[in-house]
Write a protein that binds this ligand. Sequence first.
Ligand code: C5P
Ligand code: MG
Length: 297
Amino acid sequence: VLAIWNQLTKSQVPELSKCSVLMRDRSSVEETIHAMQRAGAGSLQVISDFDMTLTKFAHEGKRVPTTHNILDNRLLISEDGTKKMRELLNTYYPIEIDPSRSIEEKLPLMVEWWTKVHQMLIQERIRKDLLAQAVKESKAMLRDGYKAFFDHLEEQQIPLLIFSAGVGDILEEVIQQNQVFHPNVHIISNYMDFDQTGALQAFQGQLIHTFNKREGALSRAATLRELQGRPNVLLLGDSLGDLTMADGVPEQEHILTIGFLNDQVEERKESYINSFDIVLVKDETLDVPNAILRYIT
Ligand code: C5P
Ligand code: MG
């Protein structure tokens, strides 16, 4: 039976044969996809990270900005702020992706990074009314195939939870400007809090960084009514920390995890293959998730 299934998936999800696709256990992936297909759109929810998962990692050889880096614009922050932000990025990003350090080791350092950047942004008193312009001027870019992805989920009425350690206000603006902020999209992220004059005075709620998404999943995602009664999950991420985004889903039945391996490929390949069901190596498109979604629903 498995052999027939393999053939089926090969012909129906041919994207899984692309050479950028790595799988620890191909037949189990195929079984999960078939089980999800049998259960249908009504049982499915999609949970996705944002930066470097729904957005590109690089375009034409240049890094694409994360939601935080979109704020690195003279419209919003001073030259000092820019300098500080870049220094922090150069210090902490290598730690975030360092395969030789454990998550426990990284945790306090990530809190340090986010806290320092957020403090700087508050000091700069970023203006709410300039955010849209900063996003317009930025090189923010969603992955190729994003429109098919968002539109298909809306058509099938499948909820999409975007769970991001980036900046929620900026994330919303990016998907809004790309015209895919549909009503089935739900966002959990770090949102800015502005004073009466429209200047940034704080960030709302509990800080979300790369490695504490599990807490947010349990306390916030689990309470979203739109996600109830959907035991099957397609999860997309680019960090090992993203794997905990579905921890709040009650009575989970089938989960298929897709990891984008964008950077430090050789060093991280093994851990990604061991952790995600499907690993996409330096793939700047949503072709594989789109093909799976098209087959399932
Ligand atoms: O949406 P996502 O959860 O991926 O957003 C977090 C990402 O933003 C991290 O992977 C991190 O590399 C990046 N980041 C950044 N600048 C900061 C803090 C985080 O580019 N100051
Ligand atoms: Mg990410």
